[in-house]
Design a protein around this ligand. Structure first.
Ligand SMILES: Cc1cc2nc3c(=O)[nH]c(=O)nc-3n(C[C@H](O)[C@H](O)[C@H](O)COP(=O)(O)OP(=O)(O)OC[C@H]3O[C@@H](n4cnc5c(N)ncnc54)[C@H](O)[C@@H]3O)c2cc1C
Length: 428
């Protein structure tokens, strides 16, 4: 059993994406003791898989670097990666929490020299690139990973590859005998920041994601555009690696649809408008983007961005819910079928590549919470008194952009601080 110092004055944050990091840092910078647990080997969450941020089109790595600097500087936060919460009991001000800590097989001696990765032969689908590329069985999850430490995939333990990785390491950082551990701790409040996952595009049968190679999702498109992604930042079609210069973006792919995801994720329109600028950035005047939409949901400062994209003559807006996608077998082009509701013309439009703007759903299914929490009809955690001192931050509470996710995280930190302060008052 791992020894972890925590009391009812401690705040536990579950999930180390931008929301969990923000909540942890805000509480820690107010002097509170915080334990931040993240199930993956690195913090950053899905933001670290984006190429650029709307509306400024800056790289998420900048904002992330600031948070990492704050994290490194603050002794009040204890970060535990590869850790999950397996049980929670108790009430506001006094929760008992069980943790499961998975082995990394690499200790803090690691200098990220990469020798273990070079020594290993076996490859697996790269989670960071949504399976669009492969990574080695000994790997750094991505260039900005924090902690900057390699991971040995548990699937190679007991194989010759694991021994090769260990022998290659010049600083004795690989410990193949590392075991999973469990831990129990007491905390006063819990911030639940487990975020979102993309809606499974395989379920949208008419759009052929499961059978047409050149139909991909919006999250995959972010990885294609990123110079650190599987294509080195070139927008290439999966079927033949040809440059995709004529790209269709389909809005509400599965969203606002009672057969799939009922809610609007609100950020998908902005994500596609942003992604149309990637086409311009990569191909200049040769790049063409067509946005098939029901209505564009861009408000406040975001509307300026919408207008900017609308003014680009290489971006076409087609008001239509696409009915189905077929594949032209001779070219590999997906062909979109539907009716343009401005004029009611039927169309059969071929494109080099189709990007489905899939919605966001909660990453933790309703039945998987370690303690009962009140969720809304879409599975997002409600702000509800019955949840005691369990507060949702960011996309565990709703489909949000980063700006709103960070605001929600700051609010949850304040609520958690109020609980532990009350608990301290009661003790005094
Ligand atoms: C295609 C697309 C493009 C986007 N582009 C933009 C953009 O340009 N600008 C913008 O503002 N927003 C954008 N967004 C939205 C943005 O991705 C979210 O606002 C952001 O990821 C929310 O962060 P989060 O921390 O709430 O969730 P997440 O990023 O999902 O982080 C959650 C973290 O919790 C961890 N976790 C999950 N379950 C557990 C568990 N059981 N135990 C421990 N840890 C757990 C995860 O591993 C992850 O690290 C985009 C979204 C999409 C779909």
């Amino acid at each position: 059993m791992a020894e972890i110092v925590a009391t009812n004055q401690t705040i536990l944050v579950v999930g180390g994406g931008i929301s969990g990091m923000t909540a942890a840092l805000e509480a820690a910078e107010c002097g509170k003791q915080v334990i931040l647990v993240e199930k993956n080997p690195t913090v950053g969450g899905r933001v670290s898989q984006l190429y650029r941020y709307f509306p400024k089109l800056c790289h998420p790595t900048c904002g992330m670097e600031i948070n990492l600097k704050r994290l490194r500087a603050n002794k009040n936060v204890r970060l535990m990666t590869m850790t999950e919460v397996t049980g929670v009991s108790g009430d506001a001000g006094n929760y008992s929490v069980s943790l499961k800590i998975n082995p990394r097989f690499v200790n803090e001696n690691c200098t990220t020299c990469g020798a273990c990765g070079e020594a290993v032969d076996v490859q697996f689908d790269d989670e960071h690139n949504y399976g669009l590329g492969q990574r080695k069985g000994a790997y750094l999850p991505h260039a900005m990973a924090y902690p900057q430490r390699y991971v040995i995939d548990p699937r190679i333990i007991g194989t010759a590859d694991a021994d090769k990785a260990k022998s290659a390491c010049p600083v004795n950082a690989i410990d193949l005998n590392m075991k999973g551990e469990s831990a129990k701790l007491t905390v006063g409040a819990i911030i639940w920041a487990t975020g979102w996952r993309p809606f499974d595009a395989n379920k949208i049968q008419p759009y052929g994601y499961d059978r047409i190679a050149n139909v991909i999702t919006s999250v995959e498109f972010e990885r294609l555009a990123d110079p650190h992604g599987p294509t080195g930042g070139k927008i290439l079609r999966p079927s033949d690696n040809k440059e995709a210069k004529n790209i269709a973006f389909i809005q509400c792919a599965g969203s606002r649809d009672r057969n799939y995801l009922k809610h609007c994720s609100r950020i998908c329109c902005m994500a596609s408008l942003k992604q149309s600028t990637y086409v311009r950035e990569k191909f200049g005047d040769e790049g063409k983007a067509s946005i098939y939409y029901i209505d564009i949901r861009a408000i406040d400062r975001i509307d300026d961005f919408h207008q900017m994209v609308k003014n680009d003559p290489n971006v076409t807006f087609v008001k239509s819910k696409v009915a189905r996608i077929d594949e032209d077998k001779s070219t590999g082009n997906p062909v979109l079928h539907g009716v343009n509701t401005e004029g009611y013309q039927r169309y059969a439009n071929p494109h080099d590549l189709v990007v489905l703007a899939v919605g966001m759903e909660p990453s933790v299914p309703v039945g998987d919470f370690p303690i009962k929490v009140t969720v809304n009809e879409h599975g997002f955690i409600e702000q509800d008194e019955s949840n005691g001192a369990i507060f949702a931050a960011g996309c565990s509470s709703d489909a949000l952009d980063v700006n709103r996710a960070v605001q929600s995280a700051t609010a949850s930190a304040l609520r958690a601080i109020q609980v532990v302060n009350r608990a301290a008052g009661m003790e005094g």
